[in-house]
Ligand binder design. Structure first.
Ligand SMILES: [Zn+2]
Length: 209
């Protein structure tokens, strides 16, 4: 990602997910000076960009005090579905992130991601409705999570079945659905994998000592 008049090389806007966003610079730190700091660490160059599509701000920081460097990080970062989530669910979740600018599509993808996550946990019989209730009965989901999962399911059904009364989901509803799919993925897979790796590392350390 190059921090010039425009921030280039960003695949999708981290806010609205539009592809190849036009991010134009509205502020940057003084060339060669970076931003002032009192902790005696190396100064860094910062710049703020606005997305032409959604108007949201993305900040970028360079390795040194010069802004012609490539960006080390951007905030917020681009949405990436975690690699510990099983492949099918991860693909749906990534598509949910990538379609946030199209709420109906994002809501449907969030529903598919939740469905695929429960299937990956062995709940492969019946409908998503059945899967959620079975996972609740088995204490894989808490009551609150099951309620939320049902609301994601309903939100994905409306555009999918072109609901007569309310066919579209709002931008906010889509964000909430995608947020839940992400949280469920973290809870069911990412956290578990991290804990398992931690336990293995602790065991290996014990054997070494
Ligand atoms: Zn945007």
């Amino acid at each position: 990602m190059e921090m010039m008049e425009q921030l280039t090389g960003v695949r999708r806007c981290p806010h609205c997910s539009i592809a190849a966003p036009l991010l134009y610079r509205v502020w940057h730190s003084k060339q060669g000076e970076g931003t002032p700091r009192t902790d005696n660490q190396q100064r860094k160059a910062w710049a703020v960009y606005l997305c032409r599509t959604c108007g949201s701000a993305v900040s970028a920081v360079a390795y040194g005090p010069y802004i012609d460097n490539s960006a080390a990080e951007i905030y917020p970062s681009e949405k990436q579905a975690h690699e510990d989530i099983p492949p099918v669910a991860r693909t749906f979740l990534q598509q949910a992130y990538d379609t946030l600018h199209a709420p109906d599509a994002a809501a449907v993808m969030a529903g598919s991601a939740v469905d695929a996550m429960l299937k990956a946990k062995g709940y492969d019989k019946g409908s998503l409705y059945d899967r959620i209730d079975k996972a609740l009965a088995d204490n894989v989901l808490t009551q609150g999570m099951a309620d939320w999962a049902h609301s994601v399911r309903l939100g994905s059904n409306r555009p999918r079945h072109a609901d007569i009364e309310k066919p579209h989901v709002s931008w906010e509803e889509a964000r909430q659905s995608v947020g839940f799919a992400e949280a469920l993925g973290n809870f069911l897979f990412v956290l578990t994998a991290r804990i398992e790796r931690g336990i293995l590392a602790a065991k290996a350390a014990e054997e070494d000592s």
